[in-house]
Design a protein. Sequence first.
Length: 413
Amino acid sequence: MRWFTRNIRTFLLALVLALAVWISAVTSADPDEVRTLNSIPLEIIGQDSALIITSEIPASVEVTLRAPSSIWEQLTAQENSVQATLDLSGLSTGEHTVDIEIRLLVRPVQIVLANPTTVTVILEPLTTQTLPVDLSLSGQPAIGYKAGDPVLDLENITITGPKSIVEQAVRARVLVSLDGVRESIDQSLVVQIVDAKNNRLNGIGVTPESVHVNIPVIQQGGFRDVAVKVIVEGQQAAGYRLENISVFPPVITVFASDPELVNALPGVVETQPLNIQDAKNNISTRLALTLPANITVIGAQTVQVTVGISPIQTSLTLSNQHIYVLGLSEGLAAQASPQTVDVIISGPLPILEVLTPQDVIVSVDVTGLTLGTYQLTPKWEVLVGNVLVESILPSTVEVVISIPVTPTATPKP
């Protein structure tokens, strides 16, 4: 015992040194790492079903952890290994500051930081109220049409939400616009909840969310809707095509004091003739309508007519176009093989009909190149507009750069 007492300090020192060596070995083999996990879902538990949250609650939490690298493999591989919960058990109406609880399913792990750590929660009683549905009409049907009495499939709806918001609700409204309508309205429309100042209230549930509305719209006697037909005379210029003819409005309303007159119409009204003889450009004009006697147009007496005219697109092949060499250094000669190419171009027919080979220049650029053989892609330049080079055949030419035996002139564009 005396000997043990005299050497106890040595034993303790040896134990500490052995423990330090063991910890150092373990740490070296499996070092700690600090990482941050973003977007940990925040789960709310224990909420009273008679209460509703009216404050902003974060959807997720950011957590910084310290753990050995082997543990991090488990944390990242296992789903929901880190959980964040907000426990509202036992909380009543009012404002509360609640701590966020972080739960770890893998150990050993140290929580370094959590953001946020607390949340301010406001709880209010959940209230239900019944409101009558108010149909709000705006606008007028198209001229010659009349709206009948509206019919709703229900008269009342139920709203549910926080007491502070539900108490502001004074009516449930459905908005219907009759502006310019020519057909009966038969559709389901969303119900809006508004306060005394007609401001729309959000954050409350509506049951049902929509109401079916039926409003008959009928045409009055002596009125009739007819389509407009554009009468075209002549032919556009050669090499051009007629793309489209549009008219606005496409349908007009006519009126006669004798309903039989409008009922006898064939369903279309023709415009005054539009002459497009030798036209090469788009046409936009207003045309009068040809109507039988005692029938008038409601509104504007003319219609806007637009005619689209464009050149016919085609293609052309220019054969044996010479290749020019550009950027050749002084004292060198260049030989292209082949010396000519075929160029396929596309564009408007009237332009291609007068296009000449001199309007298209094909070249290869040898700027900065020294002696040797090169495979180069030809470039092109078109001296007229609205023409596109589709391809060059062949697409690659061989250019040999050498020292000439005798001075030679290199063709230039």
